[in-house]
Design a protein around this ligand. Structure first.
Ligand code: KIV
Ligand code: NA
Length: 266
């Protein structure tokens, strides 16, 4: 099988919806790969996988380690790795060095970074040097300290104008797709109509060109999930039941049973 490329994903605008999901490790990548177009190694792994309070603590080394693990399990989906906070904001040259390491060390097909008009120059710098960039506007978690928390965006006209300008700027700079996170539905619809690159929504609109969810959220593994998450499974409860049964059987000496132990051959 051949792997989906960033240009191929970009050409899906106006065709069938793009299916994206996050994964952080080999097992999950192997399970989601047959079903999705794009796997994002999101810096949400700082919170979901490493118990940090925000995404700001994700390092380049951590993203590389998880990016490698996901690449080992995925053969057909486009794998995109998030550029971590601090690795790309200061200058286009910094961003290029970090993105080049992410791509060279993981083999991923694209990187994602957060920001709009302020990141357009950087996106263009990377795109011109062979690095496909997925942009991310609206609720950008790496800016949570400046935004005042995880707040949905676009509730006033000035905010809506700013986010539309952000989406246009990153698209014009050469982003091959744009994640729209945590914005009011009519704004996500308007951006999707307005820009040439496909939009990938999360807490955005069904009208977006694609959707993305954090895998552990949609599987019911995370504790509390926001409004935009649909729970497609209750794996948290399944793990709780399985480990509880195991603990009971060990304490009762019911596990291991005769079928789980080795008898001498002679
Ligand atoms: O880090 C992440 O998981 C993301 C997606 C939610 C878009 O950036
Ligand atoms: Na992210």
């Amino acid at each position: 099988t051949t792997r989906l490329t960033a240009p191929a994903l970009r050409s899906r605008k106006g065709a069938t919806p793009i299916v994206a999901i996050t994964a952080y490790n080999t097992i999950m990548a192997r399970l989601v790969d047959p079903h999705v177009d794009c796997i994002l190694v999101g810096d949400s792994l700082a919170m979901v996988e490493h118990g940090m309070g925000s995404t700001l603590g994700a390092s380049l080394e951590l993203m590389i380690a998880h990016g490698r693990a996901v690449m080992a399990g995925a053969s057909k989906a486009l794998v995109v790795v998030d550029m971590p906070f601090g690795s790309y904001e200061a200058s286009p040259a910094d961003a290029f060095r970090a993105a080049a390491r992410l791509m060279a060390d993981t083999g991923c097909g694209a990187v994602k970074l957060e920001g709009g008009t302020g990141m357009a120059e950087t996106i263009e710098f990377l795109a011109e040097r062979g690095i496909p960039v997925m942009a991310h506007v609206g609720l950008t978690p790496q800016s949570m300290n400046a935004l005042g928390g995880f707040r949905t965006q676009g509730h006033d006209e000035a905010g809506r104008d700013r986010i539309l300008a952000d989406a246009r700027a990153v698209c014009d700079a050469g982003a091959f797709s744009v994640v729209l996170e945590g914005i009011v539905e009519p704004l996500a619809e308007a951006i999707t109509r307005d820009i040439a690159a496909p939009t990938i929504g999360i807490g955005a609109a069904a009208a977006c060109d694609g959707q993305i969810l954090v895998l552990e959220d949609m599987l019911g593994l995370t504790e509390k999930a926001p409004r935009f998450v649909k729970r497609y499974a209750a794996l948290g409860e399944a793990v709780d039941r399985a480990v509880s049964n195991y603990a009971d059987e060990v304490r009762a000496r019911d596990f291991p049973g005769p079928e789980h132990v080795y008898r001498p051959r002679a």
